[in-house]
Design a protein around this ligand. Structure first.
Ligand SMILES: O=C(O)C(=O)C[C@]1(C(=O)O)C=C[C@@H](O)C=C1
Length: 377
């Protein structure tokens, strides 16, 4: 059965109007007001249905086998689509039936070396596309921004580690549309140079996320761990330096590609290990999402104070409309334990004039059910 979903990300920037200070008793920002306050521009409130991430992460929807409320499609792969329309909000919306879009003629930037999971996610979303390796996620997003490629792919959360906050931060700094969402089952293998035995391995290198996902297995092996840029990059490093006391965590595909032995399969600590990727393009979105689509919308509410009051207002806005929320993540970069963290920088494309990066200490990431253009949402 064709699976259709949409994911829409709205940015709601709660900014006080200059010279219009409100009495403290009524200062707590309201969800509705927030929408109106954005640089004075009329803003439709609560538009998205089914959605986003917080510090960016949105997990939690439901059943095993589903991430962010999307159903599982095919063996280990769930597809959805997203895109982002700019201006005073970002839309991530997508529709994907069986991920059947042909990517022929499209260039997709990803972080890592050939054989990285991100590359596989890109090929899953857009079979036939040309994949373009980049050193960093920021480089991949910049390549789309500059029109050097058609899309970029970005891992944003995983079932085991939750939101990849740094990648969400990156996303919020750009005016990009989510053209598709891909939930990929990630199967990790331990790879070594041909002939090397498991007992000879003293050190394991991989992407930090892969090392974290396999933490218990690595502790059992009693090896040192060393983070590198990406899983396939680790394999490349093993191969080019002929490392005989080191193994890498990467995909079986990377083992084939670089001619390494697989010492162990299924190294992940949890058998259900899914990473959620977003396929991003420049606006306007390449995908139309019908109002009545079985959709998911993501929202980002950014504000500068009254943290709990805003959370309560957001919750009550969903509750009073009977909209199912699949995720809520509250980011408070002020007043937490330890050193204050830097604020989240969000590109405000709704401001008159050039798009401006604005700093917000408080951010909420919300995912809910429904299409972004559904009036209820
Ligand atoms: O290093 C890779 O192969 C990647 O595609 C990156 C990445 C990530 O950043 O989470 C993607 C999926 C896996 O969870 C591990 C690493």
């Amino acid at each position: 059965m064709a699976y259709t979903s949409s994911l829409h990300l709205s940015k709601h920037l709660l900014l006080p109007k200059p010279h219009r200070a409100r009495p403290s008793s009524s200062r707590s920002p309201s969800f509705v007001r927030a929408a109106r306050v954005v640089d004075g521009a009329p803003h439709v409130n609560g538009q998205s249905k089914k959605a986003p991430n917080g510090k960016v992460q949105i997990n939690g929807a439901g059943e095993k086998g589903a991430v962010n409320g999307h159903g599982k499609k095919g063996p280990g792969v769930v597809n959805g689509k997203t895109h982002v329309n700019g201006h005073d909000r970002i839309h991530l919306s997508v529709t994907t039936g069986g991920g059947g879009q042909d990517g022929t003629g499209l260039r997709v930037a990803y972080q890592g070396a050939p054989g990285a999971y991100s590359e596989f996610a890109a090929k899953t979303a857009l079979p036939g596309c040309e994949t373009v390796p980049c050193r960093a996620f920021a480089d991949a997003l910049a390549a789309v921004d500059r029109g050097l490629v058609d899309r970029a792919i970005l891992p944003v959360e995983s079932t085991m580690e939750g939101t990849a906050l740094r990648n969400y931060d990156l996303l919020l700094r750009h005016d990009l549309v989510v053209a598709q969402e891909i939930n990929l089952f990630v199967h990790y293998c331990l790879l070594a140079m041909p002939g090397v035995r498991a007992t000879e391995v003293r050190r394991v290198i991989s992407h930090p996320m892969a090392l974290a996902h396999c933490g218990r297995a690595l502790a059992r092996l009693g090896v040192d761990r060393e983070p590198v840029e990406d899983t396939a990059g680790a394999v490349e490093m093993l191969r080019s330096n002929m490392m005989l006391d080191t193994a890498a965590i990467a995909s079986p595909r990377a083992a084939d590609l670089y001619g390494l032995d697989v010492l162990a399969h299924g190294l992940q600590d949890e058998s259900w290990n899914v990473t959620r990727f977003l396929l991003l393009s420049k606006p306007p979105s390449p995908v139309a999402v019908p109002v009545d689509a079985d959709a998911k919308t993501s929202m980002v509410v950014a504000h500068r104070g009254g943290s709990m009051a805003v959370v309560l207002k957001v919750l009550s806005a969903f509750s009073s409309r009977n909209i199912n929320m699949s995720k809520l993540e509250v980011i408070n970069n002020e007043g937490g334990v330890g050193e204050p963290r830097p604020p989240v920088m969000i590109l405000d494309t709704g401001a008159r004039g050039a798009p401006t990066l604005r700093a917000f200490p408080h951010v909420l990431y919300v995912d809910c059910e429904g299409a972004a253009d559904d009036p209820l949402v």
